[in-house]
Design a protein around this ligand. Structure first.
Ligand code: HEM
Length: 433
């Protein structure tokens, strides 16, 4: 029998919104009080939060009874043509076109470029004599990967784009009111500049060495060629989706290696047996089969600090999730971070071994699921693996003193003071002394 949807009773949602932005345990506290599904209001927006395998599996199986949804600020900054804001056949057609950028053959083509960027960063870190904010370098690396591999950009061309992206990203989860001087207005201006620049890059696609040729011949839902304006909005989405999230996982992973005493030596035992640069195809040389501990560390980062804390769907008709009735027109948020910590008593501990000894309980969905599962999953996993192996094989990091190692959570988890580190050359024998 269906149950009624439990509610916090919030009406305007102002206090709920303050709690949401300030309290990392906002959702978890309410799950404890109301169960794995509850409804609340955040500044006038009604939201149903869900966690747990049953409710999430039910949501992902809904097909066209649900559609994609993002907060108004994200919607406006991404644009109406972006596939993230489309549904049905329009969404499917664009996913088909864009997914060509992430096929196995495309990843093989990108791999040497990514290895080059990892070596460049390792070299740069070893040149520095002062503490370095590693999280900033990870952001720049992740942006460079996508700008180089997909757009074929290099040097200052790439860095100008990065600057505007940083302005744009800061307003993603802001109040979308265009008052002069606010982050949102600045982000709208940055969006216009970015689209202009991306249009130029697309026009010169045959002259650059990126992956844009893979989009050639892309068709819309009516079988017509996609317009340049349409493709440009998909590129904007890829650049955004491809760097904030990946940079967050890399910073959180390096932070875990630096603050959890057992993690780095355990991981290095495996890395010491691997070759850098890879002996053979670097696309697969460090995957879960060949480097299971690395995979377990990545999984543990995704579990405890998922880069996307939650993803959304809106109901197009009434649906049932774990026997709870959700009316039509409601927005449902899958609360990943809270889902991944529910259950056993040690689930707040960073313990990668749980992914190898079968003791991990919740299903991990850091890349979402169903019809809208992350398009860049394979690229993200590849660049994370290459960065961790390449960097740790060359560099020994230690934490600089006097810094806040807590995480800020919005838009994606990242150490508050940027993870200040000192780097020195790594030699396996030094580490064992
Ligand atoms: C660790 C890195 C990443 C994580 C954790 C991540 C996570 C996610 C999540 C949770 C979603 C929403 C899925 C859903 O609604 O079910 C998503 C969507 C998406 N991601 Fe990623 N992502 C990452 C990296 C990337 C990269 C590198 C790219 C491309 C360069 C990318 C492109 C996209 C796109 C285009 C979508 C929209 C898919 C759609 O609406 O159909 N992501 N990602």
């Amino acid at each position: 029998m269906s149950r009624l949807l439990p509610s916090t009773g919030a009406v305007t949602g102002i206090f709920e919104a303050i709690g949401f932005f300030r309290d990392p345990d906002f959702a978890t506290k309410r799950f404890v009080e109301y169960g794995d599904i509850f409804e609340t209001t955040l500044i006038g927006q009604r939201l149903v939060f869900i966690r747990g395998d049953e409710a999430i599996a039910d949501l992902l199986a809904q097909g066209d009874a649900v559609e994609g949804w993002w907060p108004a600020s994200v919607r406006q900054l991404l644009g109406s043509q972006s596939l993230a804001n489309r549904n049905g056949s329009e969404h499917k057609a664009r996913r088909r076109v864009v997914s060509q950028l992430f096929s196995n053959a495309a990843l093989k083509r990108y791999t040497p470029g990514i290895v080059g960027l990892v070596d460049e960063l390792s070299h740069e870190l070893l040149q520095e004599t002062k503490p370095i904010r590693l999280a900033d370098r990870m952001r720049r690396f992740a942006f460079r990967v996508i700008a180089t591999t997909v757009l074929g950009l290099e040097g200052s061309d790439r860095d100008v784009l990065f600057h505007d992206f940083e302005i744009w990203t800061q307003a993603l989860f802001s109040v979308p009111i265009a008052i002069p001087g606010t982050p949102f207005t600045n982000a709208l201006a940055a969006r216009r500049r970015l689209l202009d620049r991306l249009r130029e890059v697309l026009e010169q696609a045959d002259q650059n060495r990126g992956g844009l040729d893979l989009l050639a011949g892309g068709l819309d839902e009516a079988g017509q060629p996609l317009t340049a304006d349409d493709i440009v909005e998909q590129l904007l989405l890829l650049l955004f989706a491809g760097y904030e999230t990946t940079a967050s996982s890399l910073s959180c992973l390096m932070r875990a290696c630096l603050i959890e005493p057992h993690v780095e030596p355990w991981l290095r035992e495996e890395l010491d047996g691997l070759e850098w640069p890879a002996n053979g195809d670097a696309t697969t040389a460090f995957d879960g089969l060949r480097a299971p501990r690395l995979q377990a560390v990545v999984n543990e980062v995704m579990r405890l600090t998922p880069p996307v804390g939650g993803f959304f769907r809106r109901t197009c008709r009434p649906i049932e999730l774990a026997n709870v009735l959700i009316p039509k027109g409601y927005v449902v948020q899958v609360a990943l971070a809270s889902s991944n910590r529910a259950g056993y008593s040690d689930l707040n501990e960073f313990r990668p071994e749980r992914h190898l000894d079968g003791s991990n309980n919740p299903t991990l969905l850091p890349f979402g699921g169903g019809d809208r599962v992350c398009l860049g999953k394979a690229l993200a996993e590849l660049e994370i693996r290459l960065m961790v192996v390449g960097l740790l094989k060359q560099v020994q990091l230690s934490l600089a003193v006097d810094q806040d190692l807590d995480l800020q959570l919005i838009p994606s988890p990242s150490p508050k003071d940027g993870l200040k580190v000192v780097a020195r050359h790594y030699a396996p024998d030094d580490a064992r002394e």
